[in-house]
Design a protein around this ligand. Structure first.
Ligand SMILES: *Cc1c(COP(=O)(O)O)cnc(C)c1O
Length: 273
């Protein structure tokens, strides 16, 4: 049988301001985890995804990890998550010591099925002073983590309704779906925290990188704090908690700023294909 041509998920396309911004970044010598491109990237992405705060991270996986940590999700908690997914969201749930509950997808859309979540929450969970408890495991159900795969938004309004009915956080994994809209608004509108990836195989790339976006200033502050080694005293290097080295570099951000300028163009091209 003749070999079938491979169809790549997404190939980096570097023909805008990428060279210019990366050169400017190199000329400035601000190549590490502070600098004007990081700030510009956060500001531009915030406008594009319609959330007040953005924290740029070293990867999409780091963004997901920080989202969970910043919402105090940890041991004794459970998170409802898509089973048709890249492994990263599941890994990050386990990094925190929490347990994933896998939710099957809808046959038509391939996105997680909100009816299965509804049934689980209504029939298998009960409210208590600790929150919503999975009666089989005795653990708290803390959040829903929909993974919007392959450029298609999941059932956002149904997930939002369930989250508010049962007091759950929504962490949206939008790594594969930046630029998609739901009724004219950027996907992730119902998310407590929305997470993005800028890896080489995503719709826009920073080489490697990620971001989280939220309207909760306390969550954004906490995520930033944890992403920069949980530093309480910048002069004497005082630390009172476990932190991470999860910040995007200015060099990566320079590439990302140029790529973000072309998001609409990339989305249109993807639609045409
Ligand atoms: C790529 C991807 C991630 C992880 O992003 P990295 O930047 O590679 O860490 C997470 N979730 C989904 C759905 C992805 O496709």
């Amino acid at each position: 049988m003749p070999e079938r041509p491979r169809i790549p998920l997404s190939n980096p396309e570097i023909s805008g301001n990428e060279w210019l911004y990366v050169k400017k970044c190199l000329d400035s010598a601000w190549v590490s985890s502070a600098g004007s491109y990081v700030n510009e990237f956060e500001k531009n992405l915030s406008g594009m995804v319609n959330k007040q705060h953005v924290v740029a991270t070293s990867s999409g996986t780091a963004a997901l990890h920080l989202a969970l940590l910043s919402l105090n999700i940890g041991a004794g908690d459970e998170v409802l998550v898509s089973d048709l997914t890249f492994a990263a969201p599941l890994n990050t749930i386990r990094y925190c010591g929490a347990e994933p509950i896998l939710v099957d997808s809808d046959r038509e859309s391939w996105q997680l099925d909100p009816e299965l979540i509804r049934e689980f929450l209504r029939k298998q969970c009960a409210r208590s002073t600790r929150g919503l408890i999975n009666q089989t495991s005795g653990r708290r159900v803390a959040a829903i983590l929909p993974v919007h795969i392959l450029g298609h938004p999941g059932p956002e309004s149904q997930i939002s309704e369930l989250a508010s009915e049962f007091d759950l956080f929504v962490i949206d994994d939008i790594s594969e779906t930046l630029g998609a809209k739901v009724r004219g608004r950027p996907v992730g509108g119902g998310a407590t925290v929305a997470c993005y990836s800028f890896n080489g195989n995503k719709i826009v790339t920073a080489g490697g990188g990620g971001a989280l976006a939220t309207n909760e200033s306390a969550v954004a502050e906490r995520a930033f704090y944890l992403s920069t080694q949980a530093k309480d005293d910048p002069i004497f290097y005082g630390h009172n908690e476990i932190g991470y080295n999860y910040r995007l570099t200015n060099l990566q951000a320079a590439l990302a700023v140029a790529q973000l300028e072309r998001l609409e163009e990339f989305v249109e091209r993807k639609r045409a294909i």
